[in-house]
Design a protein around this ligand. Structure first.
Ligand SMILES: *Cc1c(COP(=O)(O)O)cnc(C)c1O
Length: 364
């Protein structure tokens, strides 16, 4: 059989399984979406107002370096704006980091239940992804260090992690970093930083300042602006310089830049989200624990619920869906067949989900 002559993707691209997003409801359905860790309180009203204002002149190219957004981030977080790079969602920045630091023959190390974007962006460069088993869903630092080889160029670490919700303390992340060669880039993906309440957590900024091989990546998606697509990262000058060389020249659109700048400054809204999340995360964890269920303690804006088997998890998913709640199946993308990931939503949604799960006869 002769194949038609046509453009051929680079080796490995067609072996990549596409990212599976959280299920959405049918347009116009009343289903409540708890599958993508979105804000239950909407967006900051100040961000919305800034975005509308920015929409007045869509014919003009945005300022390409997201200067106003970087300055707002710098002011609120105490960071030099020159060491910040913004992106079209943090996925944009993660892709750029992979493209810059990985290639054919290289390896990147990650946790087996780490964020499912890391294998995609690693393999897209021709590099190999090395998966490290957790211990009871908690990252195992010794195992990560043992998995590092002469070919390792990047370590991907979500802290807290999605979909498990577990986190590493400042001391643990430092121990991990101390065990890495200085030519290995440690990427600390702090996508859920706004929601962490543990006192021994560090968002990663201190290590970025002290070392020359650490970057911290952040997103606005989990704090009310997922649709707008804004990510940002902080790193040493040499990394920032490399990213500026290859990023899209206008990679963050103007309405996003303006919404982001207003959202960062709306500290009160972020605090309200955090308080709501803390209360209902604790409440749902306590309500569901026992009842043949195990909830893995979470520092994020979702919880991972473990059932006694894959069948029970599938049944719970269906029953929740029938009751109008869309949660996230984590068998397909993560291989946690007996688990479901449930975003922290409104009070009504949390009470509803708890009632449904507790009424399942013997959730086993
Ligand atoms: C949601 C998420 C992101 C990113 O998202 P963007 O919407 O692309 O900013 C990054 N890392 C982790 C671990 C996430 O859960």
């Amino acid at each position: 059989m002769t194949l038609p002559i046509r453009p051929i993707p680079q080796p490995g691209i067609l072996d990549i399984a596409p990212y599976l997003p959280g299920k959405s409801g049918a347009p116009g359905s009343a289903a409540i979406k708890l599958s993508a860790n979105e804000s239950p309180l909407g967006a900051s009203p100040k961000a919305l107002a800034a975005m509308m204002e920015a929409a007045a002149h869509l014919e003009i190219y945005p300022e390409g370096s997201s200067r106003l957004l970087r300055e707002a981030l710098g002011e609120v977080h105490g960071i030099d704006p020159a060491s910040i790079v913004c992106g079209n969602g943090s996925d944009d920045l993660l892709h750029l980091l992979a493209q810059i630091y990985l290639g054919e023959g290289d390896e990147a190390v990650m946790n087996r239940f780490g964020f499912s974007v890391y294998p995609i962006i690693t393999k897209a460069t021709g590099a190999r992804i090395v998966m490290v088993d957790e211990r009871d869903y908690q990252a195992d630092i010794d195992a990560i260090l043992a998995a590092v080889s002469a070919r390792t160029k990047v370590v991907w670490l979500a802290n807290p992690n999605n979909p498990t919700g577990t986190y590493l303390s400042d001391a643990d992340v430092r121990r991990l970093h101390a065990g890495l060669r200085p030519d290995i880039l440690l990427v600390i993906d702090s996508a859920y930083a706004e929601y962490v309440t543990a006192a021994d957590y560090n968002v990663g900024l201190d290590l970025v300042r002290e070392a020359s091989n650490v970057v911290m990546v952040r997103t606005f998606s989990k704090m009310g602006l997922a649709a707008v697509r804004i990510g940002w990262m902080v790193g040493p000058d040499h990394v920032v310089d490399a990213i500026h060389r290859i990023r899209g020249p206008f990679n963050v659109n103007l309405p996003a830049q303006m919404a982001g700048a207003a959202a960062v400054q709306d500290v009160e809204f972020t605090q309200r989200l955090k308080e709501h999340n803390r209360y209902w995360r604790d409440w749902l964890t306590e309500e569901l624990s026992g009842n043949h269920l195990r909830v893995v303690p979470s520092q994020a804006n979702f919880i991972m619920v473990l059932f006694e088997g894959a069948d029970a998890a599938a049944r719970a998913f269906t029953i929740l869906l029938e009751a109008g709640y869309i949660v996230r199946e984590i068998g397909p993308s993560y291989g946690i067949d007996n688990g479901l990931r449930i975003s922290i939503g409104s009070e009504e949604a949390m009470r509803g989900v708890a009632a449904v799960l507790k009424s399942m006869d013997g959730t086993r």
